[in-house]
Design a protein. Structure first.
Length: 327
């Protein structure tokens, strides 16, 4: 009999949500966390497989983050959008493959240009970005790189089978939430007839926005490097402000008009992203027969149709499960 000590307590996850940033990963985290068959740690972004974050803490530290998983929680996972931030963070797929080679991965992608606009807007509202949008999103390669979903997936496909991935769109999660969550539940081999109570809740709606942090940017970055839980500190700040505003009878943050994306910038980004969108379309066509298109300067993901039976999409079960992109 193996006795678990503090050093060996816990288990490795069997699924990951790998991104994308500003793609709806917080909502996915909350929906999955609420399912009785799923265990997710209280800290959303563990970022264990990122060398600049928590890789140095070692596998036993990572296992301990899942020590609270019960025997009934068959799907054990975490959400870290830093796992699809190549080349800023290098070597992530290799580290995942070395530790959990059979892991299943969910990738939540959003209209890539809308993701860039939202990314820029958040950085401006948090006080992290001062350059105008037409310069920032071109000069800072992170904005485009994090929206190059095929570029990110290609790194993983050097180490994992396509069947280990389920790619869904933010738009589908928003507009057909229950159906989309059931696809995710099926992919994770958990009960897809159980729908969590929070399924009607919108997390980080477009009308909401984070407050500017009271903690200086340099201090926040240092805390994130050395204290894992600090990466949710900004979320805690926002929650404190929300509670205070609720007590005063106010809704969330004071409204701000969204930052617009000029059409010339949108068109330039669409041109920059076109080849990547084609790559994702080809992956999508091979897996599901769906399409990715660039229309009127906007990169968009849409369905080309699904075959369903009894209201549920016909899919193979794992081993031999069909992964792919679900619009």
């Amino acid at each position: 009999m193996i006795v678990q000590t503090r050093r060996t307590r816990g288990r490795m996850p069997n699924f990951l949500v790998i991104g994308a940033m500003k793609g709806g990963t917080t909502a996915m985290y909350r929906y999955l966390q609420a399912h009785p068959d799923v265990f997710m740690p209280p800290v959303k972004a563990l970022e264990f497989f990122v060398a600049e974050a928590n890789w140095r803490r070692g596998p036993q530290w990572y296992r301990r983050q899942f020590a609270g998983a019960g025997s009934n929680e068959v799907a054990v996972g975490e959400v870290s959008n830093a796992y699809t931030k190549y080349p800023r963070f290098m070597g992530v797929p290799e580290r995942i493959a070395a530790q959990i080679p059979d892991v299943r991965m969910v990738y939540v992608v959003r209209d890539p240009i809308d993701r860039i606009r939202s990314h820029y807007q958040t950085r401006v509202w948090q006080g992290d970005e001062r350059a105008p949008i037409e310069r920032a999103v071109i000069d800072d390669r992170r904005y485009v790189d994090y929206s190059r979903y095929w570029f990110q997936l290609q790194r993983y496909l050097q180490w994992f089978s396509p069947e280990q991935f389920l790619v869904i769109t933010t738009e589908r999660l928003r507009n057909a939430r229950i159906e989309t969550l059931r696809l995710v539940y099926d992919f994770l081999d958990i009960d897809s007839t159980t729908i969590p109570d929070n399924v009607e809740r919108e997390f980080y709606r477009s009308g909401d926005h984070p407050y500017r942090s009271l903690v200086p940017l340099t201090v926040r970055k240092a805390l994130k490097r050395h204290v894992p839980a600090a990466k949710r500190a900004k979320e805690m700040e926002n929650r404190i402000f929300e509670v205070l505003n609720t007590a005063r009878g106010e809704r969330s943050a004071p409204p701000r008009p969204p930052i617009a994306m000029p059409s010339a910038v949108r068109d330039r980004l669409a041109s920059m992203l076109q080849e990547d969108v084609r790559g994702l379309r080809a992956f999508r066509d091979r897996r599901m027969g769906d399409r990715v298109t660039v229309v009127a300067g906007r990169a968009a993901v849409r369905d080309a149709g699904e075959r369903t039976m009894n209201g549920r999409t016909r899919r193979r079960t794992l081993n031999g499960r069909q992964g792919g992109v679900r619009g």
